[in-house]
Ligand binder design. Structure first.
Ligand code: GLC
Ligand code: CA
Length: 556
């Protein structure tokens, strides 16, 4: 019997930046295998591996050229098989990251389409322009610029919601859907325990019309046939094996659609990633601006998703970090003055929510945003495109750089900090330069030091993950209801979980100043099970006096 995914924790590995074993400066699959004991020690049940399939790497593997083979930069099929087997021995399941909204323009299907083969042309969206040199619609690519690329020899354009080398697949075509099912079955037979589906809610395009209100997303987000496609894929593949867990990455989704995507009995997916809570430092959908994070909005969004998904018996993936997000301790914590406290506080808030927590490599040791001072050190296509676009809009190079430094996906992609050696133990000291620069703070922030220190962020995360293993508490976390506490309080993020007569109270001071929490619930009779300070203080009147970034969990 597979472990209930509601009691599981997933650790995300971005293999390119995790561990390099052959000194070429690129992380590899053997590197992941070599670190399984570390992941086991942390306590994760699954590893989500971002794509390592054959790819030109224009979007670090999210541009897949061949779903059946391993990119030589990452290793070989034997390496994958060894990784699956070794993880299995440790009770860890592997989740693969399947990118099915688009393929690399180097994929055989696209190459045949470009040769004019009508069978393969219909795997994609080739459309005539509007005449006078205008593309079919005004939709914007997520990475900047128009989402259509002109192909002279057909006098047509193809759709790419992401990079121009990532051509969108036409899911209307049944042959596309059959090919995708074949790929899933291939990996299921290799012993995979889960799948993460990349931007999966974008696969059903409603129509190709100009968007006079936005960038086009309303015409393809949670599109008309999305539920049909997911059910069909579920029934034909992973739905036949109830040991397999799935998570859909849902871009700009609505909660109503997520009841369906991740409902207990809807026959689509186990759970969803939604991102609304990670846009509280955007201006609407505009990421490339500098605005302070809106704490009230953050709470309101998280609590709305928590309570409504529970009401509809649907399941969330809960997370702050992944390979597309800035580091959370830099984003919502204080990486300087309260680095340790704020990292632990943020972990506490996420891990006791109703949902399956995802820990992104390095989060468990409080890794921070990059220290890159020049644009030349950034690698991500999205960052580099927007650096240009911001300047075209009139920003100075310095201002554009400042925005990139805060929001770039590269913040999450610098090498994992294993130790204090030259390349942070990501690779050996006589290796080629790592593909992306190591953060200079690895001498202070690294796994080796934290494994030795019982008060480290690593050991705190270990305890958070272990809460799900503890019998009484794990039932509350996995099955309990959720009730926000003092939701309008300007400093505290707090909630109550309840299950079969037992309760957890989770409270966190989200800011770097001591704060007497006037509306704290009565805590007499509760046992404090975890916290990032030795103890919580109470004033004479019984008010909890929360220290900077203090977080604690109480049980009754
Ligand atoms: C997802 C991935 C991201 C990628 C994009 C296009 O958002 O997480 O890294 O660039 O999809 O595949
Ligand atoms: Ca390597």
């Amino acid at each position: 019997m597979a472990k209930d995914f509601r009691k599981s924790t997933v650790y995300q590995v971005y293999p390119k930046s995790f561990c390099d074993t052959n000194k070429d400066g690129l992380g590899d699959l053997k590197g992941v295998t070599s670190k399984l004991d570390y992941i086991k020690e942390l306590g994760a049940d699954y590893i989500w591996l971002t794509p390592f399939f054959v790819s030109p790497q224009n979007d670090n593997g999210y541009d897949v050229e061949d779903y059946y083979n391993i990119d030589p930069g990452y290793g070989s099929m034997e390496d994958v098989e060894e990784l699956i087997a070794e993880a299995g021995k440790r009770g860890i399941g592997l989740m693969f990251d399947m990118v099915f909204n688009h393929v690399s323009t180097r994929h055989e299907w696209f190459r045949k389409a470009m040769e004019g083969d009508p069978y393969y042309k219909d795997f994609f969206f080739f459309r005539k322009g509007k005449g006078n040199g205008e593309p079919p619609t005004n939709w914007e690519s997520k990475f900047g610029g128009n989402a259509w690329e002109y192909v002279e020899k057909f006098d047509e354009y193809y759709l790419h919601l992401f990079d121009v080398t990532q051509a969108d697949l036409n899911w209307e075509n049944e042959n596309v859907r059959k090919e995708i099912q074949k790929i899933l079955r291939f990996w299921m037979e290799k012993g995979i325990r889960g799948f993460r589906f990349d931007v999966i809610n974008l696969i059903s395009k409603a129509c190709f019309e100009d968007d006079d209100k936005g960038d086009g997303r309303r015409f393809y987000t949670d599109g008309p046939k999305i539920h049909q496609y997911l059910k069909e894929m579920h029934d034909a593949t992973f739905g036949q094996d109830d040991g397999i867990i799935t998570v859909g990455e849902m871009s700009s989704t609505t909660i109503e659609n997520c009841y369906q995507y991740a409902g207990r009995d809807t026959g689509e997916l186990s759970m969803v990633f939604s991102f609304h809570h990670l846009k509280v430092d955007f201006m609407g959908n505009e990421k490339w601006v500098l605005v302070p994070a809106d704490f009230q909005k953050l709470k309101d969004i998280i609590f709305e998703w928590q309570t409504k998904m529970a009401e509809h018996n649907a399941w969330n993936a809960v997370f702050w970090c992944n390979h597309d997000q800035p580091r959370v301790v830099s984003r919502f914590g204080d990486e300087k003055k309260y680095w340790k406290e704020s990292a632990k506080m943020l972990g506490t808030v996420i891990h006791c929510l109703r949902g399956t927590p995802y820990v992104y490599q390095g989060e468990e040791i409080g890794m921070t945003n990059t220290d890159f001072k020049e644009i030349g050190r950034f690698k991500d296509v999205e960052s580099l495109n927007h650096y240009q676009i911001l300047q075209e809009k009139g920003l100075s190079a310095d201002d554009a750089l400042r925005i990139i430094q805060i929001h770039s996906r590269d913040n999450a992609r610098t090498p994992m900090q294993w130790d204090d050696t030259k390349y942070a133990g990501f690779t050996s000291e006589d290796s080629a330069e790592p593909w992306i620069g190591v953060n200079g703070n690895h001498t202070r922030i690294n796994a080796a030091d934290q494994l030795k220190d019982p008060s480290s962020i690593f050991h705190y995360y270990q305890k958070l993950i272990a809460l799900r293993e503890d019998s009484e508490i794990s039932d509350i976390i996995a099955f309990g209801g959720i009730e926000p506490l003092d939701q309008k309080d300007p400093c505290v993020f707090a909630y109550r979980r309840k299950y079969e007569g037992h309760e957890l109270i989770v409270a966190a001071n989200f800011f770097g100043r001591t704060y007497p929490w006037k509306n704290a619930p009565e805590l007499a009779g509760y046992r404090r099970v975890l916290g990032n300070y030795a103890d919580t203080e109470f004033s004479a009147e019984g008010t909890a006096v929360m220290k900077p970034y203090e977080a604690a969990v109480w049980y009754r």
